[in-house]
Ligand binder design. Structure first.
Ligand code: ADP
Ligand code: MG
Length: 280
């Protein structure tokens, strides 16, 4: 197995020293190159705090973080942060430029990328998110999905190894969500990007190769989407929203209808319903 890209060792964090509860408690995890990891859990379970810890916005009270095998310290934090890009929830809070291309250029300017290289990277990033035609447009005039694609371009232009999506699709309509997820998938394939996606949308988590579940600041479970989602009723008890096909399976089971145990996509479920005799 390849070496971890990111490694957290027993991370603990409190926002204020007099807080009773830690926002993160003894969290250890490894993220490997090219993985797509979904991070799920209740509101307030510590997902955003964990994300900010990973990209160095927050320094843990205890524990160690390694990025590419190198210990994260106060002196290397700025260069390490470039390796890990973040896209946040609200598309409207992420713009600093008056045009789409200015906005994407901003982060590069901040990192002192030379002008010629900058022009090239802005164009390349906008092309990758299919927003090149909008380069001179005002960000405020775009749809939610387009705004998030521009935010992704801003991160991609910095050539990170990891992109963290912190509920980046939660304010979008289904079409916008799909746009964003398709975009990330495409970029991931092209450039072996590692993706950490924080989401309440478990259909989105199904894209992951590994799902991590957080509860009250702790990492409580991990597995493939199939393993995590087939714990159907237990998931409800954890207060997580189950994917629609799983909800329907639980409801059918309660009515005494035999349903397959494995995780089904919506299509898979339609096939099952279509071919089975449910009338009795
Ligand atoms: P999630 O992203 O899973 O909803 P957060 O990481 O935002 O959870 O929050 C974890 C805990 O830390 C919660 O109890 C929350 O109230 C607290 N918290 C989050 N941000 C701050 C902050 N800036 N100052 C103080 N407490 C915070
Ligand atoms: Mg959050």
């Amino acid at each position: 197995m390849s070496k971890p890209l990111i490694q957290l060792q027993e991370i603990t964090f409190k926002y204020h020293s007099d807080d009773e509860e830690e926002a993160l408690k003894d969290v250890s995890l490894s993220i490997y190159p090219g993985e797509w990891v979904a991070l799920i859990g209740h509101n307030g379970s510590g997902k955003s705090t964990l994300a900010k810890t990973i990209n160095g916005l927050i320094q843990p009270s205890e524990g160690k973080i390694f990025v590419k095998g190198e210990l994260l310290t106060e002196t290397n934090i700025w260069s390490m942060r470039q390796l890990i890009g973040m896209v946040f929830q609200n598309p409207d809070n992420q713009f600093v430029g008056s045009t789409v291309e200015d906005d994407v250029a901003f982060g590069l300017e901040n990192h002192g990328v030379p002008r010629e290289e900058m022009v090239f990277r802005v164009e390349d990033a906008l092309e990758r998110v299919r927003m090149l035609d909008f380069r001179t447009k005002e960000p405020s005039r775009l749809s939610g999905g387009q705004k998030q694609r521009v935010a992704i371009a801003g991160v991609v232009a910095l050539r990170p190894d990891v992109i963290i999506l912190d509920e980046s699709t939660s304010m979008l309509d289904p079409e916008g969500r799909l746009e964003v997820i398709d975009t990330i998938q495409k970029i991931k394939e092209e450039s072996n990007l590692t993706v950490i996606s924080i989401t309440h949308d478990i259909d989105e988590a199904a894209f992951a190769s590994r799902v991590l579940v957080m509860e009250q600041g702790r990492l409580v479970k991990e597995g493939t989407p199939e393993e995590i989602f087939s714990a159907g009723e237990a998931l409800i008890q954890q207060g997580l929203d189950m994917p629609f096909p799983e909800k329907l399976k639980v409801a059918l089971k309660k009515k005494g209808i035999p349903v397959p145990n494995e995780y089904l996509t919506e299509e898979g479920l339609v096939d099952f319903l279509w071919t089975s005799d449910l009338k009795k």
